[in-house]
Structures are given as C-alpha cells and as structure tokens.
Design a protein around this ligand. Structure first.
Ligand SMILES: Nc1ncnc2c1ncn2[C@@H]1O[C@H](COP(=O)(O)OP(=O)(O)O)[C@@H](O)[C@H]1O
Ligand SMILES: [Mg+2]
Length: 370
C-alpha cells in the first residue's frame, strides 16, 4: 500500500503539474478536466473554472495513462474508459477521445479525511434535530434503511453516519464496489468487488459478496451502493429476518427509489413474478432517506419516508414522515428551509413506546407555527 502510494505520488508530481495545487487544497472537493484547456474545480459544492491548463492533449493523456498504470489499470483505444480508486482514496473517472469529444475528460473526486460526524451533520443544518433523533431510533430498532439521492448528493456520507449509530455489540458486513466508507465501529468486516481481468476472468460481483456475507453471520448488512442485480439478494435478506440492512440507491425521490430497487432486482436472473417482487420490495424496505444537493451548493436531507408495502391498487405505499415544506432563498443566496414533521405517525410507533425511546408521539405532529 505504501509502495502504491509512492508510485502514485510520483506519477502525480511528474505528470499532473497543472492540478497539483488543487489536489493539495483540502477545500477543493472535485477536479474536472474537459480536455487540456479547461479545468474546473468544486469548492463548497459550487463549480468554478480555473485558469490552469495542460500543455496539450498529449500531456493530459500522459498524465491519465500514468495514473491508470500506477493503479494497475490501462486506458487506451481498446478500453477508452477508466474508473478507479486511487491509493489515497480519491476516485478517478476518465474517458479519452474519440469517445470524449473535447479531449480527454477526467473527474477526480477527492477523498475527504475530515469525516462528518452525526453531531456535525445536525449542526451544519443537513438535518433537523428531531429528524436526526428519528433516524437514530430507526437504527436502534434495526429498521431497513435506504439512503437515496443523486451523484455527489451525500449518500455515502449519510450512510457512514447511520452506521456509526448502530447500537454496540453487532457484527457489520460491509460490501462496496470500491471501498469508501470508513465506519467507526468495533466489529466491521469489509468486502470489495473485483473487476474481471483482461481475459474477462475472475470477476467478483456485489451479488457474489452479498451471498457470502449472508453465510458469515452478519447482524447488519451494509451495501455501499445498490446498482445492479444484488438488489434481489438484499431484498431477500431484508425479508428473511436480517434486520437493520442499510444501503444507498441512485434516485430522485423515495418513490423513485423503491421503483429503482424493484427494477434492479428484476435485472438479475430471478424468476419471481412482478407482483410478488413488488410485495417483497414493499415489505423489505422500512425507511427511505432522501438526500439532495441544492442549487446553493448545500447538501441535506430533503425527506424521510416510511414504506408500508405495496398496495392492491398497484402503488408503493410511501408515507413521508419528514419533509422540507419550502425553501426560500435568503439575501446571502443560501436556501433557507427546515425539515418538518408531516403529521404522519410511523407504523412502528408502538415499538418506539415499548422500547422506552424518548420520542413522544407529539413530535410527529405537524407544527402549527407559520
Ligand atoms: N451534508 C453535507 N454538507 C456538506 N458536504 C457534504 C454533506 N454530505 C456530503 N458532503 C460532501 O459531499 C461530497 C459527496 O458526498 P458523498 O457522500 O460521497 O456523495 P454520494 O455518495 O451521494 O456520491 C463529499 O465531499 C462529502 O464530504
Ligand atoms: Mg457514494
């Protein structure tokens, strides 16, 4: 690992000249290169164009080739796309011409060392205090929770925070495509998928790892991002007594998220009927937390919904428990708005009471204040 890091750092020094300052600057979260003459950076969730550039397309290509080599991958006319995790935890994606029309296109999502804690998350206003407590209760009671959101909306961050709220004494099995979650917890087993080699051999998929995880006495199964047929295994696990499974999915609303999970589950080779699958998805998922990146650059929880099954009239029963009723832009350009109770009482209210959890039913009532 240390060796890898050295090779990688050498490659950076030698070839990435124009972007080295951005890599070093911890306030920059993303670097986007659209051909040699255009480099954008993201600061505080906002994109801005820089005046930096590479000498020419060849210099940029050499940089990308070297990064690829330093992580044992290649990018060339035969495989013009690269998607890799760098030794420092950052993610890189690249596409080269002719697929990339304005020259080699690269995105580097930097790994952030300073992790956001549960407390910070509340303090930053990404979630309200009540909703955070409710999330905590869901973790305590072992609800199956899916975090839904777009790319870069903060799904993985929230998933990490949720994991840190799992009551002590459990065994966590974490499965990821490429390892990014770092979970502060006593007993964690991490699995990472493997791509097929150049001969197309040796692939280990999320689905394979999920099957293994189920045999390794998990208390909690955590899937970094559900993006393919492993959705079926996850749904099955949730429905067969594995409480407290967690994962993220790429979707724009809780309603979309359940439909997305359904279609991902269907994409595998399972022979289950559509109707049966919908009932399974509906009963597997307890809670969906929607996160979004807003136009002011902020990332926050936009809604928390309970899924109460699939109804006879052909829809998922999605009941928002917290929502942001409206967002108003302040004079500083920031969007003001709070996550508020919708008035829906969770179906597991009795469980909350029976466990003496300090969360009175009144907290779910809609606030009457303007
Ligand atoms: N609530 C938040 N406020 C500010 N920054 C956040 C918040 N949540 C996540 N981030 C930052 O946003 C970036 C993308 O987050 P990540 O969780 O990786 O998104 P996703 O998994 O949806 O792609 C990271 O740099 C992360 O530190
Ligand atoms: Mg993620």
């Amino acid at each position: 690992m240390a060796d890898n890091l050295n090779v990688f750092q050498q490659a950076i020094q030698n070839f990435l000249g124009p972007i080295v300052p951005f890599l070093k600057d911890s306030s920059i979260s993303e670097i986007l290169i659209n051909g040699p003459n255009e480099i954008f950076i993201e600061i505080d969730g906002k994109l801005q164009k820089t005046t930096s550039s590479f000498a020419d397309e060849d210099a940029l290509r050499a940089a990308v080739n070297n990064i690829a080599q330093s992580v044992g991958r290649r990018i060339d006319t035969e495989s013009p796309r690269l998607d890799a995790r760098l030794p420092d935890g950052s993610r890189i994606a690249a596409v080269i011409p002719p697929c990339a029309r304005n020259g080699t296109c690269v995105s580097i999502r930097k790994f952030t060392q300073n992790q956001i804690s549960f407390k910070d998350y509340v303090k930053m206003g990404a979630i309200s205090v009540d909703a955070a407590q409710f999330m905590d209760i869901c973790m305590f009671l072992g609800k199956n929770v899916i975090v839904s959101g777009g790319t870069g909306s903060g799904k993985t961050t929230l998933l990490g925070i949720l994991c840190s709220r799992i009551p002590k004494g459990q065994r966590l099995l974490v499965i990821e495509d490429s390892s990014e979650l770092s979970i502060k917890y006593d007993h964690v087993v991490n699995f990472e998928t493997r791509m097929a080699d150049q001969q197309g051999q040796g692939e280990v998929s999320m689905k394979d790892l999920l099957k293994s995880a189920l045999r390794l006495r998990p208390d909690r199964i955590i899937v970094g991002e559900v993006r393919a047929a492993e959705a079926m295994e996850l749904i099955n696990a949730m429905n067969t007594g594995h409480k407290g499974c967690l994962g993220t999915v790429h979707a724009n609303s809780p309603q979309d998220a359940v439909v997305r999970l359904e279609s991902l589950a269907q994409s595998g080779d399972s022979k289950i009927s559509e109707k049966a699958l919908r009932h399974q998805v509906g009963s597997a998922i307890d809670i969906i937390i929607q996160v979004s990146r807003y136009s002011d650059g902020s990332r926050r929880v936009g809604s928390i919904a309970e899924i109460r099954g699939y109804s006879e009239n052909g829809t998922y029963e999605v009941h928002p428990i917290y929502e942001i009723p409206r967002l108003v832009r302040g004079s500083d350009g920031k969007l003001q708005g709070r996550l508020e109770a919708t008035g829906e009482i969770p179906s597991f209210m009795q469980e909350i009471i029976d466990n003496n959890l300090p969360f009175p039913i009144a907290k779910f009532q809609k606030s009457t204040a303007a």
